[in-house]
Design a protein. Structure first.
Length: 110
């Protein structure tokens, strides 16, 4: 059986996952042609390459995508994180960073 993982990352950790599928909790800032510019939970900007059939309608999303470079991912899917309150991105980033803490290696394998 093949184990598939898609670790949750921020913009600072993206470069370590080139070629892999990741999850990026973020805020959609704007659209530029066939790309979206999002602000990752650590405040860094990432370009998300979309295809014509992709649609991002929520403000806060978790992008699932393949890392193409330091600050670029290819869109594979998204989960809406919108609610009636603003998402605490600092808290989200703290959780992302905890998943890389060696103390929790068994819980969050990379």
């Amino acid at each position: 059986m093949v184990e598939i993982s898609s670790p949750r990352v921020n913009s600072a950790r993206l470069a370590a996952f080139v070629g892999r599928t990741v999850r990026v909790p973020c805020k959609v800032l704007k659209f530029q042609g066939s790309s979206a510019i999002v602000e990752a939970c650590d405040g860094g900007n990432i370009e998300v390459r979309l295809s014509p059939s992709n649609e991002l309608t929520a403000t806060y999303v978790e992008i699932i995508g393949q890392v193409l470079g330091d600050a670029t991912i290819k869109f594979l899917g998204a989960v809406s994180l919108d609610s009636d309150k603003e998402l605490d991105m600092k808290l989200v980033n703290d959780v992302v960073e905890l998943t890389f803490d060696p103390r929790f290696k068994k819980m969050f394998p990379q």
